[in-house]
Each structure stands twice: as C-alpha cells, then as structure tokens.
Design a binder for this molecule. Sequence first.
Ligand code: DAH
Length: 354
Amino acid sequence: MIDRLETLEKEFMENIQKLKTEAELLNLKSEFLGKKGKVSQVLAGLRNASPEERKSIGPVANTLKDKIQATIGQRIQALEIDSINEKLAENKMDLSLTSDVLASTPHSGGLHPRTLIQREIEDVFLSMGFEVLDGPHIEDEFHNFEALNIPDTHPARDMQDTFWFHNPHDDSIKEKFLLRTHTSPIQVRGMLERTPPFRFIAPGSAFRCERTDASHEIVFNQLEGMMVGKNISVSNLIYFMKVLLKEIFKKEVEVRLRPGFFPFVEPGFELDINCLICSGKGCSVCKQTGWVELLPCGMIHPNVLKAGNIDPEEYNGFAFGLGLDRLVMMKYGIDDIRHLNSGDLRFNEQFKSY
Ligand code: DAH
C-alpha cells in the first residue's frame, strides 16, 4: 500500500505540471481525493488491514492527502496572480508621457457655444452701461403675464404653451405658478427694483409645452433687454440692436424690421436677419423664407411701465427679447436647435475654446 501511495504521489505531481486552468486543477483534486478518488480508495482498503499496517500506512496516506490539497491550493493562487499580472500588463500606464503628448488627445472641458455667445453679448452690453440681471425659472401669473399686459384671453396663456404647476381647471387655486414662458418677467422684476433711468439685459432659459422641430425646443434660451429713461426713441432701439449684431457676427448683417404684435410693446417690431445657414436661399431653419426671426422688440407699453411702478407720462423706453439659441445657430451654422441641449460630446467639442 505504501508503494501504491508513492506511485500515486508521483502520478499526481506529473499530472499537475500539465494543467493550466482552475477547473482542470479541481478535476485533478477530485480524481485523487474525491469520494471514489484514488487516494480515498487506498484509505478504504485500510479497513481490512492489520492494526500495525494501519498505524504505518495511515499517516503516510494523510500526509499525501494534505500535500495534494496544499499543492492544488498553491497552483490556483498562482494562476490568479498570473491573470492579475496579465491584466496589469495589458493596461499599462506610461507615467513618463510628456504633456505635449497628452495635449494631442484632448479630453479637457470646454464652454458650450451658447455660453460663449452669451458672454460676448454680456461684454458688449456691459460696455454700453447695461446691468446683467437674473430671474427665477418658476414664475407666477403676475410677473409672467399680467404685469406684461397679457390679458387672460391671450393665446400665450393657453395650456399648449405653458407648463403650469396647478390644475388649470381648478379655479379655487389663487396663486398660480408656472415655468416662465419667456425671459420678459425679468423686465417686471427689474423695473420694480429700480428707479429710472436704467438699462439692463437678462439672459436665461424659457419653457414652452410645444412640439419640437429644427427651430423649436421645449427648453430654449432668450436674452431680454430693457432701457428706461426720458425721451427714448425707436432709433435708440435700432442703434443698440445693430451694435449687438455687428459685434456678434463681426460684420454687417442684413436685417429687416417688420411690425410685430406683443402685448408688452407699442409699437412692436420683429427684427429679422438674413438666414446665414442658407445665405437667404431657404432652408429648414428659416422655413424656406430666407429670413430668421431673431429679435422681437418695441417701445414699452405704458401699462407695463405702470405695473413696474414707473410713470409713463414721465418715462418711456424700449425692450427686446433676443432668441439666444437662434443666434448661436446662425453664428455657427447649426441647422437644428435640438443639437444644443443634446449633451452629445461630438457636437459640444467642436466649439471648445482653449
Ligand atoms: N417675450 C417675447 C417672446 O417670448 C419676446 C419679446 C418680444 C420680448 C418683444 C420683448 C419684446 O422684450 O419687446 O416671444
């Protein structure tokens, strides 16, 4: 039996050299130590042996059992270490890479094209004595509609356009909150907090519950502007708008002024620019007209001045609501507004400024 155990040990040691996986090792283990394994069979044979034989053979068999178990354990551990080392070698990090090599793989951050333009506009207006204001996204009916001379029956109050925070069919609710549908409520907040003369701009997001297409988004951005003082005229308004567009496009852009209706201005205008995507030929952004509505504006309605605690007999002024996203699209030749909020890095990375 001792001889048999020695042969088994040799056999085990020879076999284990050839094995390469954990599964093969575990198979070998059960081939020797399993219930019907080779070593177990020798031990079973001990039942018929004499007490002396048992005394001498038992410890040898147990030592072999321990040896097999330990060897298998060591080999499995060695395999694990090998596989970790292999993975480390595959993902080797070269810490000696120099900064110029790293710079050629640009993974640094950058500013969104809208931020780039917004900052440019803020600089232009700051240099002309305007303040830059902010306002809340969640507004009430007074600031978003009433104070802006938008009566109850105006279509802008229609459920289709406005995201309300209450049940619109429940008239018992007094304070009605909504996501601002334009940046114009900042006009009201701005007026109530100052005394004329003053001038400010207010960039920000606006929200409308409507179908999206190449030129409409549910969340979009506007830049509101307001100037209040004595004897302000339409030509003052046109002057500031022209300075703005020239600074942004770095050239004279063709513009046209049409009459436009907005309850908060009288007279109201639509300032359109020649579509820079198609150079006026007609495309999806300009809806084949060659012109893009960019800058609705006008002389502030007396009712709006009154709502802002300003005497319309003494003061007047102009206001405008620039479509900031459209301006970005025109400047960079972007043909679909939905790219702007897509979060797609392939889009964003094109505008990085270092
Ligand atoms: N609030 C208007 C809108 O979202 C845009 C607008 C028009 C703003 C005329 C103005 C303005 O300040 O004078 O459609």
